[in-house]
Design a protein around this ligand. Sequence first.
Ligand SMILES: Nc1ncnc2c1ncn2[C@@H]1O[C@H](COP(=O)(O)OP(=O)(O)OP(=O)(O)O)[C@@H](O)[C@H]1O
Ligand SMILES: [Mg+2]
Length: 232
Amino acid sequence: MPRVTSLPARPAALEGRDLMQAFGPQVVLRGVSVAVQPGEVVAVTGPSGSGKSTLLHLLGGLDAPQSGEVHWAGERVDVLGTQVRAQRRAAQLGLVFQHHYLLEDLTVLENVLIPTRLSGRGDESRARALLGRVGLTGRESAYPAVLSGGERQRVAVARALAAHPAAVLADEPTGSLDRANAQAVAQLLVNLAREEGAGVLLVTHDDRLTRYADRTLHLLDGQFTDEAPDFA
Ligand SMILES: Nc1ncnc2c1ncn2[C@@H]1O[C@H](COP(=O)(O)OP(=O)(O)OP(=O)(O)O)[C@@H](O)[C@H]1O
Ligand SMILES: [Mg+2]
């Protein structure tokens, strides 16, 4: 008789537990929990000012929650020191924020290679391939200052994926892109989840992205609600 063994459960790629955040008297998040499994794409929507970016900053370990926990690939990270957390972030997370945060002194290719250099994961051929996927072949040696807003955002997307992250957090990654580039970015993020088993959490009102998501969460009054409120 073969022995029946239970497979160890794979930890969530990214998890926030009961996250609370306030700025002075304004309570922005009142106990928000979310777990993104490896290979899963989760979209987050909500009105302007509902706390979507605040949530992404907590999940990305860039701000400390007032209370609650953040876990990356099964490890609790909100309790780590800043430096150790930065190392874990380089190895585990890809981040795309509303501002691109490219380093102006580095070329496009060098920017995309930053997480690879920090973590030792990924390589230059992957970086070049990702730039190709977002339509930037031929711009590898350009500096961010000469790129358009949409081009910079596409560099930021390629950079987020360069080091084979366990999870990607993206804030309106298609916000300033035309149809063709929004489609390319959507497909990259979804392929990353499906083919590489990453978890993807993205804030977006863009139908071209939400229709690829496995589920969509709606943030309202500091909590996730079940219904889709009419705020599009
Ligand atoms: N560092 C901060 N200090 C004070 N208030 C802040 C800070 N960050 C965010 N807030 C406030 O928290 C609320 C939520 O902001 P947040 O940026 O998370 O909203 P959002 O859902 O991302 O909105 P948008 O769709 O416009 O990007 C806002 O009222 C904002 O003014
Ligand atoms: Mg925001």
